[in-house]
Design a protein around this ligand. Sequence first.
Ligand SMILES: [Zn+2]
Length: 633
Amino acid sequence: MKQELIKNNYYEAVNKEWIDAAVIPGDQPMMSAFLELHLDIEKLLMDLAKKWDKDQTGLNNHLQEFVKLYKMTNDFATREKLGAEPLKPVIKKILNLKSLKDLEKNMKDFVLDGVDLPFSFMVFQDFKDSNNEVLYFTAANLFLPDTSYYENEETKQQLIGLFTMTTMQVLSLYGLEEEAAQDLLNKALAFDAMLVPVTMSSVERADMIKMYNPLLKDEFASKTKTFNLLKVAEALVGQDVDKVVAMNLDFIDKFEEIVNDANFELIKAWMVVSNILTFSAELTEELRVAGGAFGRALQGIAEAQSQEKAAFYQAYDRLSQAVGLYYGLTYFGPEAKKDVEDMVNTIIGVYKDRINKNTWLNAETKAKAILKLNTMKVHIGYPRELPKYYDKYKVGSYAEGSNLVKEKLKYSRLVQKENFKKYNKKPNRNLWAMPASMVNAYYQPMNNQIVFPAAILQEPYYSLSQGRSANYGGIGAVIAHEISHAFDNNGAKFDEYGSLNNWWTDEDLKTFEEKAQKMIALFDGVESGYGPCNGTLTVSENIADSGGIRCALEASKKEKDHNYEEFFKNWARVWRQKSSPEFMQLLLTVDVHSPSNLRANMQLKNLVEFQEFYNLTEQDEMYLAKEQMVEIW
Ligand SMILES: [Zn+2]
């Protein structure tokens, strides 16, 4: 540790050596503690795939399908020979559309095929009644990553220029003449421009409740008279629909101004361009690389993934939960599972204690918060079950006339049909939203559930060989962070069953909201080295970090061998990151997490224990006066 930096930049004191030595891989926008673990797992899984490619003895059905798909994605000679042909039928179907009415007739098919549409539907738990699945109306993403990119004319021109250049290359490789390609792209961009004013920004989307706008059947129908969406919705779920939840109210309010016969050719061009871009990775090597060029430029990624790696991910991404389950069962044994379970229970216990001792909540709200903790479901390592569509997915082969586009459509049909079948039913709360092989963790507010995949349960987050205090500063803080999401500005609105339901007394809710405002102010405008942090965009994650570190520290303090420095050091260590400037700027605009260096430093600054342990004074950058500290959980 660089002692001279401790008082002014703790993140660098701990990580400077690592940062100086770290090399950003050519096909990544950054290097980080998360990514180091991810790359180890990636190598392990890629080696496994190679082994299974030669010998499938003992593999279950899902993994056998994975190998079949892997063989197809790795058959580069056939992929080159087929060229762009596999995608032609999909694009032709779009080009053959004669009118909006025609699109309406075909929309169900497009949705099931997973073809990009400017608007679509999905079935998901009802915010108001998490025990029931309802229909959500969704709108497509813009070509640029956030509405804010369209606000500054110079930035917009520069990025649209880049998008135009990279997309023209893809359209040309697909086989379009320059003039036809330019015409399509101009029309697609004109439609994209119409979507900008009715698209929610990342900051707006960070407030979950803004995405819940239930409309009764008649109201929904009256807002969408130019296109019989209700009919499409009912065809998709196979029954009458009594309400639709619009995720984006502005879009539904302006629907008829945007989706009408006059704009039909623009919509069609948007669909052609979007789908050629989306499906380019399923075609030749040149198309795959060209199709990723815009994304790489936005993130400052130097080069495309190698052909070998991309082919692995094409198969893995589709069957990741099955491969992840194998990973979890094989590399994360029952012993580690038990140890982490104990740790989670200890932390939940400390959390309850802290709520009982909390000085700003009334007894009534405290009891409800503890009830929420008592009913919280904890999932560790790997899931109990996988989505049912995995059982139905049978991969074909080139010899049988299949290709990667057909495989993608077939898989999408299974996933979509299963999704729409859930309509008006009870959700299956055992399913996970990420594979066990992913280095991450999450809280799902509608299930009041925390999930820790096996992949994150490793050093530096967690290890039997590092001290307990280091483990509490790593995985302990991650666990308490996820628990805190139950009580962040979004999670706090959901009750113990995961339904949107106010369980707060008015007085406590007011205090909580004032505290959340203070958290916004604490982070807002703080310089990250690549631009200022947006306090509103990152408030939910900052509340979770703040609750997480406090609770984990208290759990650590209860240990006989508690060591403050070990705890603080590992907290700062897990946030080590070296990134391209482009990636950092992108994250500042769209990511609900604060930049890593601020997550490390600001949360430590905001702790009395940290201030006292290092005897910090006003002269130190890491100093924060007690009256400026924001403590919520
Ligand atoms: Zn989080």
